[in-house]
Design a protein around this ligand. Structure first.
Ligand SMILES: Nc1ncnc2c1ncn2[C@@H]1O[C@H](COP(=O)(O)OP(=O)(O)OP(=O)(O)O)[C@@H](O)[C@H]1O
Length: 382
């Protein structure tokens, strides 16, 4: 664990970049530092690998002050990724990634083999190995930056706005890739961003800093969204806080209706038996949704699929959140979302109203859990 203990950084010109900051960065998780420009995020990150020394306070790594080991040893245990990747322009991609192992004395062949393995891990085509950085897109360069930081297999990764310079689609890909890599490798990651959505998506824990380098709130993303500590955090979280919070509620407990599902070759009797529902979801021979129809518009045995209303984007209960389910229902012309299994076969339908009930239930469960946690904390203090 990295413990930032009441750290202050005052630059020689008197600027207080970080002011009595205390944080416990958990192992094998992503901790995000987020906040407006100039709030001290980069300064904090650089104090962790001693590129900047604190004026007051200290930083402990697994209980030991980081000043007690040689700075090179410390940095070897911490990969560092920056915006625009900071690659060596005159080295090939493979040799960029192999840099740190080579510095540590790994034979060239072995270091390159490791680099090739890392290229695959970060989703880079092996064909790019012999290219130079200028021959890669911004997104590909960022992936090289991540691979290079991982090359010596450090337990800690420090990432300073690594995905800020690429467009939103590439950025989403890089974020998904980081989450996937993190699932496999379980590094202790400290990630700096000024983008609150990125913080919420990536962070196990999120530290919101305010200008002057003071901590405004340190909490898991779901808690930030449900209980911002003050008006600054609330404002920084921005609009749609309620909707975004639904991403943290699972859809698994939604009560699905199966009655309104009919196969495209259903006979008149089957259709009649289900005609109480305002809309029926028609499925193909494998049970995959084709679209919606009012019951009296269906022709037994031979549905005209061209006449069906679009079923929209289905959700997978157990995998997707209430936000995805609600989105499906809101976008559906029938106000109903379609639930499918992992193979895309329809397993039920659910109306906006039922999703609304589930949202209220989830909110009151979350509030109950927060109250219980608060009571336990109060008990612990006594
Ligand atoms: N070497 C320095 N000398 C003096 N002041 C500095 C120095 N480096 C940073 N600062 C100041 O310290 C404050 C915090 O800077 P820092 O770069 O840590 O913020 P940040 O939150 O990472 O900002 P951004 O999101 O814009 O990158 C700012 O006011 C900045 O101007």
């Amino acid at each position: 664990m990295i413990r930032i203990d009441s750290v202050t950084k005052r630059y020689p010109d008197g600027t207080v970049a970080v002011d009595r900051l205390s944080l416990e960065v958990p192992d094998r998780a992503i901790t995000v530092l987020v906040g407006p420009s100039g709030c001290g995020k980069t300064t904090t990150l650089r104090m962790i690998n001693r590129m900047v020394e604190p004026t007051e306070g200290g930083i402990l790594l697994d209980g030991t002050d980081i000043r007690q080991q040689p700075v090179n040893t410390l940095r070897r245990s911490m990969g560092y990724v920056i915006q625009n990747a900071g690659l060596f322009q005159h080295r090939t991609i493979l040799d960029n990634i192999a840099t740190v192992p080579r510095l540590l004395g790994t034979p060239k062949k072995q270091a390159r083999a490791r680099a090739a393995e890392l290229m695959e891990r970060v989703g880079l085509d092996a064909a790019l190995a012999r290219r130079y950085p200028y021959q890669l897109s911004g997104g590909q360069q960022q992936r090289v930056g991540v691979a290079r930081a991982l090359a010596a297999d450090p337990p800690v990764l420090l990432m300073d706005e690594p995905f800020s310079a690429v467009d939103p689609v590439v950025r989403k890909g890089l974020q998904d890739e980081l989450l996937r890599i993190q699932d496999e490798l379980g590094k202790t990651i400290v990630f700096v961003t000024h983008d609150i959505d990125e913080a919420i998506k990536l962070g196990t824990m999120v530290a919101v800093l305010r200008t002057g380098g003071r901590l405004a709130q340190f909490a898991p993303p779901a808690e930030l969204l449900s209980a911002p500590a003050d008006a600054f955090v609330e404002d920084f979280l921005g609009a749609d806080r309620g909707i975004r919070r639904l991403s943290f509620f699972p859809s698994a407990e939604l009560e699905l209706e199966t009655e309104p599902i009919v196969a495209a070759d259903a006979d008149a009797e089957t259709i009649a038996a289900r005609s109480a529902a305002p809309y029926l979801l028609v499925t193909d021979a494998d049970g995959r949704p084709l679209g919606w129809s009012e019951p009296d518009r269906l022709t037994a045995g031979a549905v005209d699929t061209g006449q069906l209303l679009d079923h929209g984007r289905p959700f997978v209960p157990g995998t997707d959140s209430l936000r995805t389910a609600l989105d499906g229902a809101v976008l559906s012309p029938t106000g109903r979302a379609v639930a499918v299994d992992g193979e895309g076969r329809a397993v039920g339908v659910v109306s906006q109203q039922v999703i609304g009930d589930a949202i209220r239930a989830a909110h009151s469960r979350a509030a109950g859990a927060a109250d219980a946690a608060g009571a336990a904390d109060a008990e612990a203090v006594r």
